[in-house]
Design a protein around this ligand. Structure first.
Ligand SMILES: *[C@@H]1O[C@H](CO)[C@@H](O)[C@H](O)[C@H]1NC(C)=O
Ligand SMILES: *[C@@H]1O[C@H](CO)[C@@H](O)[C@H](O)[C@H]1NC(C)=O
Ligand SMILES: *[C@@H]1O[C@H](CO)[C@@H](O)[C@H](O)[C@H]1NC(C)=O
Ligand SMILES: *[C@@H]1O[C@H](CO)[C@@H](O)[C@H](O)[C@H]1NC(C)=O
Ligand SMILES: *[C@@H]1O[C@H](CO)[C@@H](O)[C@H](O)[C@H]1NC(C)=O
Ligand SMILES: *[C@@H]1O[C@H](CO)[C@@H](O)[C@H](O)[C@H]1NC(C)=O
Ligand SMILES: *[C@@H]1O[C@H](CO)[C@@H](O)[C@H](O)[C@H]1NC(C)=O
Length: 551
């Protein structure tokens, strides 16, 4: 009786404690300002802070953060937090901060002059405190609301002349273009950096989005980027200075040969963009394994992946897809993107928050299918999409399945391995011999039979317990059956983890291997995971004590 009642007590306490420990959310009470330590962004105490941002558009003709005609700003800020983001990349057009007559225009007048009367009524109803503010104060009001909700903010100079971005010939592309005079740009950077010098959660500024066009060249890039970086740093030394490359944030390759020459260290972060259309329609025109292999190589060798090894963080400040899920080019790209971003544990910003724009490219109320919200900013457009990117926000030591956003986990020793929420995932160890072991146990992942569940074994020396990343994409995890046949990790219809024949190993472009793509992802730098583990350890110790003293 005694033992059973104690084990009952133990189980009850465990039952009560564990869920709260596992869902232990990370707050962005990160002790700002931020700086860099090798490739990581860290807080005052040197602990890694992972930026999980979403882009919030404020650079179109209206010059007001989108969505304020649909929801109160505070509701949007709070939803940004509750959907798992800790940060916003808030865009701004240069002229808002360099042209007083634009800055002084009230929101109401700005919208009226564009004929957006319905939006005026919406803003009046949802954000009455903002409707009659000058545009520059409205920008500050949004920053201030994000700040009070403890959301970190990156102020991104997206364009000069307010409007949709970008094309080669829009006059906003490169230093010297008609709307892009370097002196005015520096003036604007200084103004913004100074304006927010006492806003705690403004953690960084992107100097300029997507440099591009016929004028782009590396000489001018070094010259002006260095000037801009120095200007921001002098005006506000707390900020991370975020630098983009040429060709729409797709090319930082000159840094392989020649670093930036700056007077300060520990503050520079580089940014890169990657969409499906960065590779045209390659994802549907080619074999996804080959395209993924090529595209990742490009990201590592040209778009800035190599900077991690040089000791700089790389911030993927734009990525995203049509969240209706109907674009196959997007869907194939996205599995590859998520695998790469998770594997490299990158800081990131989703494009985009809004489900519609007040006015974009001449269309009133244009719907944004890449947006987290639906058209009305009332509902999340696609909750399972958010689940898929959650692993980017809080990586664990996991075997991650980009196609579902789930991870390999065991319910119990006697049930097959399944896909389930990454927050519940086992911690795996991946040895030099390519054996995947559940940390703290003797159990390793084993390929058993073709089309049957992968199992856990304590005999971990055979070929059937070695798992290697194979195929052009390196997204397949392959092992060998006892008879020597190569099999790949796969998922059955009930989400069991099984081993099957490896798909799409040839050049077939109609073959989609997404279901067989897995990534083994690092979590060693993740403060939250460590904290939860520590908490679980503490709880276990506490329980031991309780039991001992009871005896
Ligand atoms: C630094 O960040 C970690 C994790 O986010 C947090 O636990 C810690 O308290 C922060 N440091 C300070 C000094 O607040
Ligand atoms: C400021 O903006 C207004 C309104 O768009 C424009 O008429 C004016 O020319 C601009 N001023 C400067 C100095 O660019
Ligand atoms: C804009 O407002 C500022 C501060 O209120 C003022 O100093 C400036 O003269 C105004 N500029 C214009 C063009 O109205
Ligand atoms: C912040 O900028 C203001 C000017 O806008 C200046 O008066 C103040 O001294 C600055 N504060 C710090 C801490 O640099
Ligand atoms: C870096 O800049 C400083 C001053 O701006 C200059 O004196 C120095 O020669 C530069 N170094 C290189 C390697 O270009
Ligand atoms: C993952 O962790 C291992 C060792 O813990 C390290 O060698 C490797 O560089 C890490 N990978 C990334 C992408 O950070
Ligand atoms: C190994 O066994 C599987 C079925 O379990 C079979 O499909 C495969 O052809 C066998 N391979 C060899 C090399 O015998």
């Amino acid at each position: 009786m005694r033992t059973s009642s104690y084990s009952f007590l133990f189980l009850t306490i465990l039952h009560v404690l564990l869920p709260s420990l596992i869902t232990n959310h990370h707050h962005s009470a990160a002790a700002l300002p931020l700086s860099t330590d090798t490739r990581w962004i860290v807080n005052e105490s040197g602990q890694r802070v992972k930026l999980s941002c979403v882009n919030w558009v404020t650079h179109l003709e209206t010059m007001l953060a989108e969505g304020l005609s649909k929801q109160p700003v505070d509701v949007i800020s709070k939803q940004i937090v509750s959907t798992g983001f800790n940060c916003v990349r808030l865009t701004w057009p240069l002229f808002l901060f360099t042209n007083d007559s634009l800055a002084n225009l009230t929101v109401r007048k700005s919208f009226r002059s564009l004929g957006l009367l319905e939006s005026v009524a919406g803003i009046q109803a949802n954000n009455p405190k903002i409707i009659d503010l000058p545009l520059i104060d409205a920008y500050q009001a949004v920053v201030s609301n994000l700040d009070s909700n403890n959301v970190m903010i990156i102020l991104d100079n997206h364009i000069s002349k307010p409007g949709w971005c970008c094309s080669d010939f829009d006059g906003n592309g490169f230093f010297g273009d008609v709307y892009f005079k370097p002196e005015m740009w520096i003036k604007g950077l200084i103004k913004v950096a100074t304006m927010f010098n006492s806003t705690k959660n403004v953690v960084g500024m992107s100097l300029r989005n997507e440099l591009r066009g016929p004028r782009q060249n590396w000489n001018d890039w070094y010259r002006y980027v260095q000037q801009g970086a120095e200007a921001v740093h002098s005006a506000n030394p707390n900020l991370l200075v975020i630098v983009s490359g040429l060709s729409y944030d797709r090319d930082l390759s000159s840094l392989l040969k020649k670093p930036l020459n700056l007077t300060f260290t520990g503050k520079v972060v580089f940014e890169a963009h990657w969409y499906s259309f960065s590779d045209g329609s390659a994802w549907i025109d080619g074999n996804p394994n080959q395209v993924c292999g090529r595209a990742v190589k490009y990201m590592m060798e040209k778009a800035g992946g190599f900077l991690l090894a040089q000791g700089y963080p790389l911030f993927v400040s734009e990525f995203g897809i049509d969240q209706r899920g109907t674009n196959d080019n997007d869907n194939r790209y996205f599995n590859c993107f998520l695998g790469w971003a998770a594997e490299n544990d990158l800081d990131s910003a989703l494009w985009t928050l809004g489900g519609s724009y007040y006015l974009r490219e001449g269309v009133v109320g244009l719907e944004e299918f890449y947006g987290m919200y639906d058209w009305n900013w009332g509902k999340i457009r696609n909750p399972s999409f958010l689940q898929r990117i959650a692993a980017l926000h809080r990586p664990h030591k996991i075997i991650y399945h980009p196609a579902t956003g789930l991870c390999v986990l065991r319910k119990s020793l006697f049930e097959p391995l399944k896909l389930g929420p990454c927050s519940m995932s086992e911690s795996w160890e991946y040895s030099a011999r390519n054996v995947l072991t559940i940390k703290g146990t003797y159990f390793c992942l084993q390929a058993d039979k073709l089309g049957k569940p992968a199992t856990l074994s304590i005999f971990c020396n055979g070929e059937n317990t070695k798992w290697e990343a194979v195929s052009d994409s390196k997204m397949h995890l392959a092992s060998k059956l006892n008879n020597g046949s190569v099999v790949c990790l796969d998922v059955s219809s009930d989400n069991s983890v099984i081993t099957s024949t490896c798909k799409c190993q040839g050049r077939d472009k109609n073959c989609d291997p997404g279901k067989q793509w897995f990534k083994i992802v690092n979590s060693t730098r993740d403060a939250t995971a460590t904290n939860s583990l520590l908490a679980i350890k503490e709880a276990t110790n506490l329980l031991k004590e309780v039991m001992l003293t009871s005896f």
